[in-house]
Design a protein around this ligand. Structure first.
Ligand SMILES: [Zn+2]
Length: 764
């Protein structure tokens, strides 16, 4: 029993120890660590924040690598940063992810400190989830070895500063022993006595409440020289000394507590080395709940009354040890606790409005007064804001130069929108839908969030009508593709060429103004849930007809948000696309079949009608009948030709085959049959007629339609070979090339039949 308890306790110790242990090291040892990893050990909060984000995100993916007009609008997988290990994952779309990463890169360059970063977006855009997840990941990161940073801790050696130290200790020990022997001693008294003993121990520990980086305690005027001597002339040193992101190392001052301590110690010890021997570095332990390094304020949080924080016990010990009144004043503000950390405001309303105004004043100066001392503030200031709350700070003209707005609107990239549904409803959501339909739900939602007209697209495309088969007249469907990093194949070659970097940038820039209205994230999830539960059936997949009907019946307040004509365009685009898929799937099959038909035909024309032969090219056993030859001839020439023409054609082919193809090309020149002139000629004819006629079975052949319906039923066996073969190949190709399941492929063919798409689009 005792063994297991001990084991369990050791287990806890190991886990918590590995995360938060980290002893203070004397400054000279800290320098050794620093020499080993200069750029890692010297990071301010902006650099740390940057490194944290980048540690969670891989390099962006450019789907069109090598495109000379690329504007580097790439795909970032943000799932590790915003979704993994999170109760409430956040899904940034491609637009926001790019915006965010650019901002993070700016943090690292250090060009934009002394600013407040406000993430501004409408209700239901997921702002608070975004910030909470971000802060959570930051807190985790900075408490790992990889993300660790150091802060200042002073350990004043009593033996060097106070001749009376020894005597004090003896008195304190005696007092404690006395108390322990007295049975009536209260717990409180014991603790007090112990504390007094520790305070009279070898050292007096004074933590820096501003979490100053230990290096800042090297006086500024000698710091550059000091570091120059410390480091070898290598690349890391070069970085440290020249890059803007490390400027703070040479520029910043320690807090007044640290600097006055330094001065006080120097005046007693008369040696900077002896002073620095009392300087320690310890891991900066960030803790959001305690407000150390990370503080998050909600609008309803009341301001703390004591603006000035002190520590009376520590102050009296400092005074006692230094035997001087007020030389070192241990007082600081709440901002010290997030120095080198993150100070965040959730929503600019109520108490947070005054907090923001207070921040602004501090940031403008970079320092603020705490009683009569100046306190440095170098924090990452983040805030969230709804557009309607902007009025609270409108009267402060000077805000504009200190605030950086980063827009966080509704999702406008359909890949992300679908990912959100998947996350909430089911990873396997797609299995309940025909391909494209789930995306089309997202497209409809996103259509409510886009501006009606796009100057950038109109300037590029000109007249939208030329794409009426693929796109709505507001070009929303085109814009959505570009917002998800995809350049549609249906664009003409000319328009594709005109999609220059400048035009791309203009289009992406329009996204800054969009996504502020329309159906919110919450609305979309609610609608999707409703649609899904209404339409999901065991016996069939959710299709476009379901989708169209659902949005048609939407309550007016939501329905008006969908642009006029959008749904019809969406259905038209869908119909056109699936018809293309079906066409290609039928045609693919024929590509394989064509060669076989032609080879058999070339062989068969040399024999008498009624004979049975084995083809030398395909090894097929052929019953050479009028029907057999006629069927292939109609594929080669079209079904309108008269029997006389067919017979004439057959004679010509036989003559050419015997005269040149076989004797000259195959036997003499050793060519494969596919490489002969005659084969190529027939092949071209076959393909030409096929493309014209590929949808004929859908239009004319009731049997073909029935066979699709009965595919996978026992009745399917009752259809003739040719139809069965055609349908099977069609289904197979739809599965292989267009991601259908067998069931989905059958259903989409039924859809094409029911909607008479072949007839509707036959003029094309
Ligand atoms: Zn300090």
């Amino acid at each position: 029993m005792e063994n297991t308890i001990e084991k369990a306790l050791t287990g806890i110790e190991q886990v918590t120890g590995s995360r938060n242990r980290g002893e203070a090291v004397v400054f000279s040892d800290f320098l050794k660590i620093m020499v080993r990893r200069p750029s890692r050990v010297s990071r301010n909060v902006f650099q740390l924040f940057h490194d944290m984000v980048m540690s969670q995100i891989d390099d962006g993916v450019d789907e069109y690598e090598g495109d000379p007009e690329s504007i580097n609008f790439v795909y970032y997988d943000c799932s590790r940063l915003f979704a993994e290990d999170s109760d409430h994952p956040f899904f940034p779309d491609r637009l926001f992810a790019n915006r965010f990463i650019h901002q993070i890169e700016a943090f690292k360059r250090g060009a934009q400190q002394n600013k407040i970063y406000i993430f501004e977006g409408p209700h239901g855009s997921g702002k608070s989830t975004f910030l909470n997840n971000l802060l959570h990941k930051f807190e985790n990161y900075v408490n790992t070895p990889e993300g660790m940073s150091y802060e200042t801790l002073w350990r004043l050696d009593r033996s060097l500063l106070d001749r009376h130290a020894e005597k004090d200790t003896i008195v304190a020990v005696e007092k404690l022993l006395q108390l322990l022997e007295t049975p009536s001693t209260g717990k409180h008294e014991l603790i007090e006595a112990q504390r007094e003993l520790s305070s009279t121990g070898e050292y007096l520990e004074i933590p820096c409440p501003s979490h100053d980086h230990p290096l800042l305690n090297i006086p500024k005027e000698v710091r550059r020289k000091f570091l120059d001597d410390l480091f070898l002339n290598d690349e890391e040193k070069w970085k440290l000394f020249t890059e803007k992101e490390y400027e703070w190392i040479f520029k910043n001052n320690p807090c007044t507590i640290c600097s006055s301590l330094y001065q006080a110690l120097l005046s007693r010890l008369h040696s900077p080395t002896k002073v620095l021997n009392m300087l320690y570095a310890r891991p900066y332990r960030y803790n959001r709940r305690l407000g150390e390094g990370i503080s998050v304020f909600n609008p309803g949080d009341h301001s703390t009354k004591n603006y000035v924080l002190t520590n009376d016990i520590l102050q009296s010990r400092i005074n006692a040890l230094l035997r001087d009144s007020n030389e070192v004043q241990y007082l600081y503000s709440k901002f010290a606790k997030t120095n080198n950390g993150i100070y965040a405001l959730m929503d600019i309303k109520s108490h947070n409005t005054s907090r923001l105004i207070e921040l602004h004043n501090i940031i403008s100066e970079g320092v603020h007064k705490v009683v009569d001392l100046e306190e440095n503030v170098n924090s990452l200031f983040l805030a969230l804001m709804n557009p309607e709350d902007k009025k609270h700070i409108e009267n402060f003209q000077s805000f504009t130069d200190r605030i950086e707005y980063i827009h966080i609107p509704y999702v406008m990239d359909l890949t992300t929108e679908v990912e959100i549904y998947r996350n909430i409803f089911s990873r396997h959501l797609g299995q309940s839908f025909l391909p494209r339909v789930l995306n089309n739900f997202a497209r409809t939602i996103i259509s409510t969030r886009l501006d009606k007209t796009s100057d950038a697209l109109l300037e590029w495309i000109g007249d939208p009508k030329k794409y009426s088969m693929y796109c709505d007249e507001n070009l929303h469907l085109l814009k959505m593709e570009i917002y998800r990093g995809y350049i549609p194949e249906w664009l003409t070659e000319e328009d594709r060429k005109r999609l220059t970097a400048t035009r791309r940038r203009r289009i992406i820039d329009e996204s800054e103004k969009e996504g502020w209205q329309g159906l919110s994230g919450r609305d979309a999830i609610k609608l999707f849930g409703e649609f899904f539960s209404q339409s999901a059936r065991k016996d069939r997949l959710i299709n476009m007809t379901n989708l169209y009907k659902y949005f048609q019946k939407l309550p007016v307040d939501s329905a008006v948000m969908i642009p006029e004509g959008f749904l019809d365009s969406l259905v038209r685009m869908y119909n056109f696309s699936v018809l293309q898929e079906v066409k290609e799937s039928l045609y693919y099959y024929n590509e394989a079949q064509i060669a076989r038909d032609i080879k058999n035909y070339l062989f068969a024309v040399n024999f008498e009608i009624g004979s049975t032969q084995t083809c030398r090219f395909t090894s097929d056993r052929l019953e050479i009948t009028e029907d057999f030859l006629g069927a292939i001839e109609r594929r080669l020439l079209g079904s309108q030709e008269s029997p006389e023409i067919l017979i004439q054609f057959r004679r010509d082919v036989q003559k050419r085959y015997a005269g040149r193809t076989l004797t000259q090309e195959i036997l003499l020149e050793n060519r494969a049959v596919e490489e002969t002139y005659l084969f190529k000629d027939l092949h071209d004819r076959y393909v030409f007629n096929l493309k014209e006629k590929v949808l004929d079975p859908f239009m004319e052949n009731q049997n073909f339609r029935n066979a699709i319906r009965d595919f996978n039923n026992v009745e399917f066996k009752t259809y003739d070979d040719r139809i069965r073969e055609d349908v099977t190949f069609l289904i197979k190709n739809l599965c292989q090339n267009f991601n259908y399941t067998k069931r989905g492929a059958r259903e989409v063919c039924m859809y094409v039949t029911d909607q008479e798409l072949a007839q509707k689009f036959s003029h094309r």
